[in-house]
Write a protein that binds this ligand. Structure first.
Ligand SMILES: O=C(O)C(=O)C[C@H](O)[C@H](O)CO
Ligand SMILES: [Mg+2]
Length: 403
């Protein structure tokens, strides 16, 4: 089953996506998501210039060998650009293999470990009251788990909160990076009040999550984890930047609030120490940025030995291709925790037809052979690339901080 053609499709139906389509001599094709928000064209060029020429003529059934070829063979290992490119190839090859076997992808991975995949949505508001209304709306939609983020008094623009009421939140919100101002003190004083209000109104069954988005130091994160213990969060996410894995130790020693991390990781080595030391509870590295199914499966298997469960990143800046493949993975993986769901808009969904379904707070996997997501290339061509950047954050005195 030789690969005879490969196309890198960059499209922007409201936001940018990079998709790799691999076509075999039998006509069976597979697609993979290669979207790296704000750095899309770096991955597109990596694929077009360095990967696609090496794939033509290769046997599409040799997924493992191709993974090793692209990882070891590049000499320059790891990094988000390399691993997103490998991730897209890997996802497309698994799609082809499952189609050739006439099976939905989850069957090829080992079959169902569960009937449905619990998912969480984002509830945000400019203040606590409007955030509570969003929680109410999502509970009504059936969600059993919600991520809660609200505007902080005294901070003008905050991660996760739409600029204007009623608008969708989009992190890559300007052609060049917008500048936001950040105050750790104001944030730390506000978050426990937010969770107290949510628990008071919605009781104790709803799963609550919160994303710190890398802004705290370890001791500040420890303080926050302790402060929200009475509201028993499902998880506290990305509470520190984690290049230094040891940072998680200090936080862990101070709080029983479960910790999730890893949406910016791209290799098992980024999380190996924190998993083996049981400093975290959920690993979030998604299939696209983590080198595809082949590599993320290794991460999940390592995690399973240490009671760490998966909680894949699922923002709008990963395409429906990544989400579709993730739902198959989630359906199979024994140590599943939860799946993030930031719904794509109708335009994006029309470019990427798919068979996964949302029902009563869960995703239901489809039975179409492959990962169940396609790309309408004609529709994609109508939406050319538009440069969009993630913001930067500065402290109130002007110091550049983590966004
Ligand atoms: O979905 C999340 O948890 C995020 O943190 C979203 C990120 O800000 C986004 O994917 C950046 O591209
Ligand atoms: Mg996050």
């Amino acid at each position: 089953m030789k690969i005879i053609d490969a196309r890198v499709i960059v499209t922007s139906p409201g936001r940018n996506f990079v998709t790799l389509k691999l076509i075999t001599e039998s006509g069976t094709y597979g697609i993979g998501d290669a979207t790296l928000n704000g750095r899309e064209m770096a991955v597109a060029a990596y694929l077009e210039e360095h990967v696609v020429p090496a794939l033509i003529g290769r046997d599409a059934s040799r997924i493992e060998d191709t993974w090793q070829y692209l990882y070891r063979g590049a000499y320059w290992r790891r990094g988000p650009v390399t691993m997103s490119a490998i991730g897209a190839v890997d996802m497309a090859l698994w799609d082809i293999k499952a189609k050739a076997a006439n099976m939905p992808l989850y069957q090829l991975l080992g079959g169902k470990s569960r009937e449905r995949v619990m998912t969480y949505a984002h509830c945000t508001g400019k203040d606590i009251d409007s955030c509570l209304e969003e929680v109410a709306r999502h509970v009504e939609l059936g969600y059993k788990a919600v991520r809660v983020q609200a505007g902080v008094p005294g901070i003008e623009t905050i991660y996760g909160v739409a600029k204007r009421e009623g608008e969708r939140y989009e992190p890559a919100d300007a052609e060049l990076p917008a500048e936001h101002v950040w105050s750790t003190e104001k944030y730390l004083n506000h978050v426990p009040q937010l969770f107290a209000a949510v628990r008071e109104r919605f009781g104790h069954e709803l799963h609550l999550l919160h994303d710190v988005h890398h802004r705290l130091t370890p001791i500040e994160a420890a303080r926050l984890g302790k402060a929200v213990e009475p509201y028993h969060l499902f998880w506290l996410e990305d509470c520190v930047p984690a290049e230094n894995q040891e940072s998680l130790r200090l936080i862990r020693e101070h709080t029983t609030t479960p910790l999730a991390i890893g949406e910016v990781f791209n290799s098992i080595h980024d999380c190996r120490e924190m998993i083996q030391n049981q400093w975290i509870d959920y690993i979030r590295t998604p299939l696209t940025h983590g080198g595809g199914i082949t590599h993320v499966r290794r991460i999940a298997d390592l995690a399973s030995l240490y009671h760490v469960r998966t909680g894949f990143h699922g923002p709008t800046d990963l395409s429906p291709v990544c989400l579709g493949a993730a739902i198959h993975f989630d359906t199979w993986v024994p140590n599943f925790g939860i799946q993030e769901h930031m719904p794509h808009d109708e335009l994006t969904d029309s470019v990427f037809p798919h068979d996964y379904r949302f029902e009563d707070g869960h995703f239901l996997v489809g039975e179409t052979p492959g990962h169940g997501v396609d790309i309408d290339e004609e529709a994609a061509a109508r939406h050319p690339f538009k440069r969009a950047s993630l913001p930067v954050n500065r402290l109130e005195d002007g110091t550049l901080w983590h966004w």
